[in-house]
Design a binder for this molecule. Structure first.
Ligand code: 6R9
Length: 627
């Protein structure tokens, strides 16, 4: 066992354990109860530390001021390698209070939703914490999403304010964030009345009078302190949109007390945090990893972190390792896709930089293939650093399964052991629990404090998505294998969710973007193994009557999806085909499409239920050019 945990399968022991862990936070009113949870349909509820009162920003800022106010919170490494800045907890506190005061002065208050559309600059963290300070609910939208995707998230959560930047910088590119916000707001019937723009590049951006305000003009007009809003433990802290197997992205809701306990707990335990660590999580704050392991976990723990604005490939492929050496990073937490991309560039980009400061490596976001694991371990970590392959999800709030940071003989590709108080199980497709060494669907049989509490505006969808498949449990959507030692190996999604470069994407979302194009009659999207991205996006498209297939149209459709959803969703392959394989009842046979995209035409399986068997022949022919 990786962690010393008492027998935590009993509710009373679990509750006692978590109530003790809750003491790691500074509460305005300490909780006296731990969990009140039922995963049953008639009686469904998830509550933690219900009578506790706290403010998340106090955990991340105020409580450090007395003893470590001058400690560096962020070492900001700009996109430009010469731009570097150290930010103390004291300064972060002041900036957050000022931003909170600006929001307040414009009428933003407790319970209001604020959408953030930001590059990776310290102000992104300040904006999240400023919302938390006044009790507003933030929803960060990744800067790589399109104006359309941004608009639909603003509309879904009913945001009344937006915080953005003039532009973002990613390598040689400038990302027109403010211009995208303007486009998004044009599409809304009831657009938010306030847009706060942070000047990052200083680019000239059009300002709409009465709506748009600039940080540089507001910052000095307000006080440098701001009283934190007392929040009940179960008051929402943030909404984060994520893709599922059906419909539009869901606004996953996390609340204050349980999430903060869990983010702090997991960050300390999984990474065996020490006070002098320099922690670098390379995620973007637009994803849950940035929320839990850049902002809330590490800041609650008073850690020193690298915050990186740029991309690993710019100015050259050695940038990540240059940053590790420059700032003496001791814990590096990144994604398999970044590891595979670095691996392709050759070892020298790594070995020319000093990595002696590293003591622990982390991986997150998708299954890590053993080859990438070994390279990460042997080349990056010089064979000295254990790897924590951390499995978790937007919905879990924090890490649930991870190897121990102290073990030196981790298994390449195994997420390994549940954290204390986390009770996974494997079930077959009928929901029957499976014992011993076996493959199955991964479920959690009890709650943990960081668990999501809902889908914004749609309680029923929350229950249906996660708690109805295998009644009485939380279904993760992932498959896993348990080995002879009882260790878990995550095998990937068992639903129609893709994982492209560690980004979650619903096939349904890409399909609906495709059918929104005037030439498209029908579309089916599947994933296929991709050397760098983990999974690539393969789109099968049938065109409307009279529209002729051409390479130019395929290219146009790729661009169309990119515009509709954002660059992260750009299809790798668009295959225009005369038909899709369907059952006689009209269901698209995705299993066949997956096998074709995977280049395994000999494994199509049973095709006897196909209504038009000839379709498969033409699909196989059409796929040849991608082989
Ligand atoms: C944190 C995050 C969640 C999905 C999850 C699973 C995959 C994440 C993994 C992993 C294998 C790991 N995933 N970590 N698969 N090993 N260590 O990534 O959240 O964006 O919601 O994605 O990512 O498939 O279900 P999110």
């Amino acid at each position: 066992m990786a962690y010393d945990a008492a027998n935590l399968s009993e509710k009373s022991a679990l509750d006692a354990f978590w109530l003790e862990e809750a003491k790691r936070l500074t509460w305005m009113e300490a909780p006296t109860v731990a969990s009140d949870v039922s995963f049953e349909r008639d009686d469904f509820r998830i509550k933690w530390f219900e009578d506790g009162v706290l403010n998340a920003s106090v955990q991340c800022l105020d409580r450090h001021l007395a003893e470590r106010g001058d400690k560096t919170a962020f070492i900001f490494e700009g996109n430009d390698p010469s731009a570097c800045e150290r930010i103390s907890y004291r300064l972060a506190h002041e900036e957050v209070c000022r931003m909170a005061n600006v929001l307040k002065s414009r009428g933003v208050g407790k319970g209001d939703r604020v959408v953030l559309y930001m590059p990776m600059v310290p102000e992104a963290a300040y904006a999240m914490l400023a919302c938390a300070r006044i009790g507003a609910v933030h929803s960060v939208v990744f800067g790589g999403f399109s104006p359309d995707a941004l608009a639909s998230r603003i509309e879904d959560c009913g945001a009344t304010a937006i915080i953005t930047a003039d532009e973002g910088r990613r390598g040689a590119k400038a990302i027109p964030l403010k211009a995208n916000v303007d486009l998004a707001l044009e599409r809304l019937a009831q657009p938010p009345k306030l847009v706060l723009t942070i000047e990052v590049t200083g680019a000239q951006v059009p300002l709409t009078p009465g709506r748009d305000i600039l940080w540089s003009e507001e910052r000095d007009e307000v006080a440098p302190t701001c009283d934190p809003e007392p929040m009940a433990a179960e008051d929402p802290l943030f909404i984060l949109y994520t893709s599922g197997s059906t419909g539009k992205p869901k606004g996953v809701v996390h609340t204050t007390g349980g999430y903060m306990v869990y983010a702090s707990f997991t960050h300390e335990k999984v990474f065996a945090l020490q006070t002098d660590d320099v922690f670098w999580c390379t995620a973007d704050v637009g994803w849950i990893t940035g929320h839990s392991y850049i902002v809330y976990g590490p800041m609650a723990n008073g850690a020193t972190q690298v915050l990186f604005e740029g991309v690993p490939s710019w100015p050259d492929a050695g940038r990540m390792w240059e940053v590790v050496a420059k700032h003496r990073v001791s814990i590096l937490y990144t994604a398999p896709t970044a590891i595979r991309a670095a691996m392709r560039e050759g070892d020298e980009f790594v070995t020319e930089h000093d990595r002696s400061s590293l003591r622990l490596l982390g991986s997150v976001g998708e299954p890590i293939n053993p080859e990438a694991w070994r390279w990460y371990h042997d080349v990056v970590g010089e064979g000295r650093c254990p790897i924590v392959d951390t499995w978790w999800q937007t919905e879990t709030g924090g890490i649930l399964i991870s190897p121990s940071a102290k073990s030196s003989d981790n298994k390449p590709g195994a997420a390994t052991t549940p954290l204390p108080g986390v009770l996974p199980a494997l079930v077959d497709n009928e929901g029957k629990p499976l014992d011993g060494a076996v493959d199955g669907n991964l479920v959690l049989t009890t709650s943990w404090p960081g668990q999501a509490r809902g889908v914004w505006g749609d309680e029923q969808r929350f229950f249906d998505t996660y708690f109805s498949t295998y009644p009485g449990t939380y279904f993760t959507g992932d498959g896993a294998r348990r080995d002879e030692d009882g260790d878990y190996w995550i095998t990937g999604r068992v639903d129609d969710v893709l994982n492209v470069s560690g980004h979650r994407m619903g096939t349904a979302e890409i399909e609906s973007a495709l059918v929104a194009h005037a030439s498209v009659a029908e579309a089916a999207v599947v994933g296929y193994p991709h050397d760098i991205k983990g999974q690539g996006v393969h789109c099968y498209v049938t065109l409307k009557q009279g529209i002729e297939a051409s390479d130019a149209l395929a290219t146009e459709l790729r661009g169309h999806v990119r515009n509709e959803i954002g660059p992260v969703a750009t299809p790798d392959r668009v295959q225009l085909s005369p038909g899709l394989p369907k059952t006689r009842s009209g269901k698209i046979m995705r299993r066949i499409l997956r096998k074709i995209a995977e280049g395994q035409p000999d494994q199509l399986g049973d095709t006897s239920t196909l209504s038009e068997p000839l379709v498969v022949e033409s699909l196989l022919k059409g796929a040849e050019k991608f082989a």
